[in-house]
Design a protein around this ligand. Structure first.
Ligand code: GLP
Length: 261
């Protein structure tokens, strides 16, 4: 894994956005993998600035979000369909018809999950998957002990996750209990994976992901098996890493041709 430690959360967004832009420039028909949550918001802000400046055009790019709540109306302001429209599609001037979110309101959730997997393959697979991380080590909504080969499917949310996400709703009862999420196998199929984390609350999950054993108890640790995994952290999120100094040394001596920021 390439681990990049930045002085603050905004720099995390700048560096990660540069990585996304680099992959988009390198591929003929790039496909973006989107994440919700607060972690990637700085990436989207920096990408939006590039679009604004005419340095990046995402209007013909396909994109796939990681997950969606089950049992929440698509038009609810906290459905991931609404969140992605608000934080990604509009500011990045993407084509809404090309930005996909799993259909958590489908009558046949299993069929919706299969259709989502098919749509990703038909688009050519994801070029770069943006990821945040849950305090329990989840990526997407793949909670601890999720199968490493899982595909898009319905999952029951961990109580930890519901408590963490309660801030977006008026009460804990309002937080859905289920979701539709890309599996760990789906995420691992992306050609690049890019995980960002900010703040001390993520330090333990980040340490387990980067330096812990690969174990389904920390689902994000599967990323150690990915050929092109980049982890961009602020100092607080990196504070639990034993090899901090080494990662800083490697980044400072990165050969020019490998640099993207
Ligand atoms: C959410 C999402 C994840 C996200 C994580 C962390 O519930 N399903 O994709 O990475 O939890 O969220 P945040 O970035 O707000 O801390």
């Amino acid at each position: 894994m390439e681990v990049i430690i930045c002085p603050d959360a905004d720099e995390v967004g700048r560096v990660a956005a540069a990585k996304v832009a680099r992959v988009c420039a390198d591929e003929e028909r790039p496909v973006l993998g989107l994440a919700t949550g607060s972690s990637p918001l700085a990436i989207y802000a920096h990408l939006a600035a590039k679009v604004e400046a005419g340095e990046l055009d995402l209007s013909a790019v396909d994109a796939f979000a990681l997950d969606e709540y089950v049992g929440l109306d698509r038009n609810h302001p906290e459905s991931y369909a609404s969140v992605i429209a608000r934080t990604v599609t509009e500011p990045l001037r993407m084509d809404p018809a090309r930005v996909h979110v799993p259909d958590g309101a489908a009558e046949d959730v299993e069929a919706a999950a299969e259709a989502y997997e098919r749509a990703i393959s038909e688009a050519g697979g994801v070029s770069v998957q943006i990821l945040g991380i849950g305090t329990n080590g989840h990526i997407g909504f793949n909670e601890p002990t999720s199968s490493f080969s899982s595909r898009t499917r319905i999952k029951t949310l961990a109580e930890r996750t519901r408590l963490d996400n309660q801030r977006f709703f008026s009460s804990l009862e309002e937080v859905p209990t289920h979701c539709l999420t890309q599996g760990l196998g789906t995420i691992m199929d992306a050609r690049h994976v890019l995980l960002v984390a900010q703040g001390a609350a993520k330090a333990d999950a980040v340490a387990a992901t980067v330096e812990g054993p690969v174990s389904a108890v920390c689902p994000a640790s599967i990323l150690q098996h990915h050929r092109r995994a980049t982890v961009v952290l602020d100092e607080a999120a990196a504070s639990g890493l034993r090899l901090r100094g080494y990662y800083q040394h490697v980044y400072a001596h990165k050969p020019g041709w490998q640099r993207f920021a």
